[in-house]
Design a binder for this molecule. Structure first.
Ligand code: KG4
Ligand code: ZN
Length: 358
């Protein structure tokens, strides 16, 4: 029937998200409370504070999503919540809330893997059949994955150190970009992208990490270190003091973004060669899905588009609000699992036994 509706709850990091989606991929209701601004001011996420904010917000966020969808918990087909991976204290809030809601209304509970949810969001919007290639780039992750089927994944490459969003966030912090009024409320990645628009991507030279590495791993720590060094040199040269931003900051951001983009491109290309050599994708239906917060970046999207055009891939990148953490992707993953009847928990003991896994 068409009135199957799943509620999804996301609290793995610093966003409290909830949404209700239908089996045909309509978002019937959604709400999101983000803690980004507070964590930006602290220079990182403080787990106990994050948990407190999730606890303060979750009821309101879920109620808003349900109200927008004009349904009550009774009408739900199932409740889904992110159970892994993520930060323990934040995760615990959503898992506990989701389980309690499911138990109180005698609804099935569906535990969701956060990264699988990022990867499957594109299937809510477009008709994408398995198998397909996925690049997940966020503040906490960097993965190239072959999505073979629901809950069947092969990791082709992952980061040896930082995630790209983490390198961008730490780079932005080192450059004190928050002291520029125009960037004050932006995430590090967005601030770098914003300033890079009027900078020269070739003004500063960055290394090309892992060129000699045979596998499809990523590494961003060296690029971050190089940025720190450039900042230090510029500050020394120009006698920069206190909260001042270095001169040429636009060029620095453009070059840093260019280096990160180049690395992502080379490693993704390597993954494409890998799957071709092993005939893992049908030659006439090759798709690359990109998601995670860093996929909001237009410069990176443009570069990936050119790579895909050359390699004969279709590129799919969901709109920005679906790339960053949200409740919709969790609800949709729950719906996919519901429709396939995979990983759906019906009985009370089973649901009570679900634990979050950082
Ligand atoms: O997926 P997400 O919301 O949370 C997780 O990390 O799971 O991603 C957040 C990350 C942050 O590191 C942020 O700096 C980055 O995504 N980001 C961007 C842009 N917008 C957000 N990075 C590059 N360009 C952007 N426009
Ligand atoms: Zn995420």
């Amino acid at each position: 029937t068409d009135n199957q509706v799943v509620l999804g709850i996301e609290t793995s990091c610093d966003d409290t998200g909830a949404a209700v989606v239908s089996s045909d991929g309509q978002v019937l209701g959604q709400a999101l409370a983000t803690q980004q601004d507070l964590h930006l001011r602290h220079g990182g996420i403080i787990p106990t504070l994050a948990r407190q904010l999730h606890e303060d917000n979750i009821q309101q966020v879920v109620d808003t999503a349900l109200a927008e969808a004009r349904i009550s918990p009774q009408d739900l087909t199932a409740v889904a919540a992110t159970v892994k991976p993520g930060m323990a204290l934040p995760l615990s809030v959503g898992v506990q809330y989701g389980k309690a809601l499911a138990l109180a209304h005698n609804k099935p509970f569906i535990p969701v893997h956060h990264m699988e949810a990022h990867a499957l969001t594109a299937r809510m919007l477009y008709k994408i059949d398995f198998p397909f290639l996925v690049l997940l780039v966020s503040g906490g992750h960097c993965l190239v994955v072959l999505a073979r089927a629901l809950h069947q994944w092969s990791i082709i490459g992952s980061t040896l150190d930082d995630a790209p969003g983490e390198a961008l966030d730490k780079g932005a912090r080192r450059l004190k970009l928050r002291n520029l009024p125009e960037c004050a409320s932006m995430s590090g990645g967005r601030a770098v992208e914003h300033l890079a628009r009027s900078g020269d991507p070739l003004a500063f030279t960055f290394p090309s990490p892992l060129l000699q590495h045979a596998d499809c791993s990523f590494s961003f720590a060296g690029l971050k270190q190089c940025l720190f060094k450039i900042a230090e040199n510029l500050e020394g040269e120009h006698g920069v003091v206190g909260g001042q931003v270095v001169p040429q900051v636009n060029d620095v951001c453009a070059s840093f973004q260019h280096a990160i983009t180049g690395h992502l491109l080379r490693r993704t290309h390597k993954a494409m060669v890998y799957v071709s050599a092993r005939h893992l994708l049908p030659p006439h239906a090759q798709t690359l899905v990109v998601s995670g917060g860093v996929a909001c970046n237009q410069y990176i999207r443009g570069a990936l588009q050119r790579l895909c055009d050359t390699a004969g891939y279709q590129l799919i990148v969901p709109p920005p609000h679906l790339c960053t953490d949200n409740g919709i992707m969790i609800a949709w993953n729950g719906m996919e699992r519901w429709l396939a009847q995979k990983g759906v928990l019906y009985n009370r003991e089973e649901i009570e036994a679900v634990r979050f896994e950082p």
